[in-house]
Design a protein around this ligand. Structure first.
Ligand SMILES: C[S@@+](CC[C@H](N)C(=O)[O-])C[C@H]1O[C@@H](n2cnc3c(N)ncnc32)[C@H](O)[C@@H]1O
Length: 379
């Protein structure tokens, strides 16, 4: 039996006993039993009531008829204290309204983004959000949700910056507009480097253009025997990287340095140099979606040229900083793998792997500095 049917039934019942406002009294009874505001009752007109709720309503109606009083005048002992109000239905409706609002404003993953925003404000994991919508959302929480939705929809602020944190390789990272948001593609670079580094005793690693520290922190965490140096030209980015080092508890084997590519790098005995440099060509940068162009640091995205500046520079200078047999590993743009391989070969690297991302695009290029020593050292 649906709510509207129960309402009609109750109204008829009270009419029979000559109640002067049978509709109003019925609404009071039903909203009390369902723990809903009376004015919101009609929003749930097709809600199915369970047996317990129906029995409760009947017993109130009988008590009112027996005592010849309105619901508010029922003796206290006749009224049970309602349980905490179940707000699932209204919260779901609010979530759906938020999804529609984002979709209307061209946010591609409107459902995902709205769920992340709700989960963030309500302080629950997104994956269990649907099970955590019972509790009333406070006015302050609603205001915060509204504010974040507006920034996402109208200002096109990336979700990750709104949340202030994002996961990379299963680890938590603080992110804000000082750093590039770590991408899933870069996890492939890290994964490939890990395979190689696991075979080297106490490997020494340099990450050029460390940004949030996504690569450095992950390598330092996954390979505790490694010593890692993360370099970046941006002091702002390095501040974030330092925080991420702390959050992930890798302060003992990870250092950061401000450096324009190799300008401040002193050691010449690295086992591996990794870089995910700014590789978007200037003309493609101009066409980027507003989320990226308006909010992520330009210096992290483009070399303001043909997209190959850093690949050339790092490939040419890396041999000086690597041991013989050391590795140079790059993340590359969607159409850059072959050209980057050529640049690396020109600088004396032997290409050992070109790895595709989940979309089938060549995303990672790894080369090895030639040298006798290398063959024995790495199994
Ligand atoms: C594509 S982001 C990579 C960030 C991070 N490693 C990641 O994978 O998420 C490139 C980084 O290179 C840095 N960068 C730009 N020019 C640089 C330079 N001349 N020397 C060192 N780092 C530079 C930027 O500040 C930015 O943090």
């Amino acid at each position: 039996m649906k709510l509207l049917d129960i309402l009609k039934f109750s109204e008829e019942y009270l009419k029979k006993y000559s109640f002067s406002k049978p509709r109003l009294e019925s609404e009071k009874v039903i909203s009390h039993v369902l723990n809903l505001e009376r004015i919101t009752l009609y929003a749930y007109f097709d809600m199915e009531l369970n047996l317990e709720q129906k029995e409760k309503i009947k017993s109130y109606l009988k008590a009112m008829a027996r005592n010849r009083v309105n619901f508010d005048e029922l003796p206290k002992e006749e009224i049970s204290v309602p349980k905490e109000r179940d707000c699932t239905l209204e919260n779901r409706a609010l979530l759906q309204k938020s999804i529609d609002y984002l979709a209307k404003n061209d946010v591609i993953d409107s459902r995902l983004d709205a769920e992340y925003i709700f989960a963030h404000v309500l302080k629950v994991k997104r994956t269990i959000l649907s099970m955590n919508l019972r509790k009333e959302i406070s006015l302050a929480e609603k205001e915060e949700i509204k504010d974040l939705l507006y920034k996402r929809a109208k200002e096109k602020k990336p979700l990750q910056y709104l949340l202030g944190e994002w996961e990379f390789y299963g680890l938590p990272f603080k992110v804000d507009e000082r750093v590039l948001i770590p991408r899933a593609d870069t996890e492939i670079l890290v994964e490939q480097c890990k395979f190689i580094l696991n075979e080297i005793e106490n490997p020494k690693v340099l990450d050029i253009g460390t940004g949030s520290g996504a690569i450095s922190v992950t390598i330092a965490k996954e390979i505790p025997s490694a010593t890692v140096l993360g370099a970046d030209i941006s002091g702002d980015a390095l501040e974030v990287a330092v925080e991420n080092r702390k959050i992930n508890n890798v302060e003992s084997n990870l250092k950061f340095i401000k450096s324009d590519v190799f300008s401040n790098i002193k050691d010449m005995d690295y086992d591996m140099i990794i870089s995910n440099p700014p590789y978007i060509p200037q003309e493609e940068y101009e066409e980027l979606m507003p989320e990226v162009k308006k909010h992520e640091p330009q210096r992290a995205l483009t070399d303001n040229g043909d997209g190959y500046y850093f690949y050339k520079k790092i490939s040419e200078e890396a041999p000086k900083y690597l041991k013989d047999g050391g590795y140079l590993a790059f993340e590359v743009g969607y159409n850059q793998a072959q050209e980057v391989s050529e640049l690396m070969k020109k600088s004396g690297f032997q290409i050992i792997a070109i790895v595709k991302d989940y979309g089938g695009i060549e995303r990672v290029v790894i080369g090895r500095k030639s040298g006798e020593e290398s063959v024995d050292k790495i199994s």
